[in-house]
Design a binder for this molecule. Sequence first.
Ligand SMILES: Cc1ncc(COP(=O)(O)O)c(C=O)c1O
Length: 382
Amino acid sequence: MFVPTYQGLSAKDFFRSAGLPSQWFPFNAPHALRFYRARNAIYYLFKALCASRPNLTVLVPDYYSGNEVLAMRAAGARLQYCPVGRHMQLDPNDVERLCARDEPDVLYVIHYLGWPQPMNALVELCARRGMLLFEDCALALLSELDGKPLGSFGDWAVFCLYKTLPVPNGAVLVQNTAKLESLERLRLRHVGPASVLGRTAELFVQRARSRADRLGAALCAVKRGLGRAAGALEVHRTPVGDMGFDVTAVDLAMSRLSERVIGRLDFAEIRRRRVANFRRLSQGLRGRASQVLPDPVEGICPLFFPVFVEDKAAAATALRQRGVDALEFWNDGVEADGLEMSPAASFLRAHVLELPIHQDLTPEHVDYVARQVSTLNLRMAA
Ligand SMILES: Cc1ncc(COP(=O)(O)O)c(C=O)c1O
């Protein structure tokens, strides 16, 4: 069996009649701009903020992907770090203490894997201190807190679409309160067809492989061959899901193909399936894995099922050998000395492994993942 990390595409996703995604946040937001990747949106927003406030200082959680930090730095922002606890939550008291010490202009909040940060306290804190609030929802599309969508609490929010949806690229920047005109005036260019079609082919192959391993593996080999041929012919592709920040590729728009697929997706069903797969895996692993986050309450759309494991690289390799494409999450920071990290952030980087629970997985896939994790005895001693 093969269990891919991410959801794939099926022909249905192209030809289903268009649904009503515009009822869902952020697609229904009055001021939403589309980009190729989330880091590009972050770059443009912080560049605009830096233009109006020289020495803009941003308080950023010390557990981060790296792409958002690189984008803000490239935009000219000064960063200060705030500790995140072992269960991926900010403590508003820590935030308050650091705000009193450093007087940042912006609080940057990351909603990890769909679970909300303590937004009521953080919104109140920012309002009281006259700070701007940014929500990074790259990992939290379709998630809510008390019936209100994540990304609608702050002044701005960014979403990465291709992490949750079967699209080759795409991100949304929402302007909730202050609308920056320079962002509205941006003229983005379309990426070349090799980038869109190459990634789209990968999404088809992933899905075929998760349904029929042998056929999918053969398709995968064909796809790799085509990729190598394209490389040899120097066909340029702008990747998604990589690490780094390239200022020469920052002005790229989301592709029309992503737009078409998004218009045909059933978001309620995607969230329902992710929640059902998460709960099934949680049941299947009961006591045999070290679950990082609690089972999702109403409104949460989980991205992965994170577990603590002793040796992340060894566990990921063993699972991959058994067909489970587990993801090593955020191994490294981007600060040269790593001194920004609290002990909890270092612990998360060393021990969090992500198990797939996306909408394409059937109960058989989920039970298979539970069996492999149990057999490998990956539970981490407390
Ligand atoms: C928390 C967070 N923010 C921002 C980004 C940037 O997303 P993208 O890969 O779409 O640029 C990522 C992923 O890289 C992320 O994990």
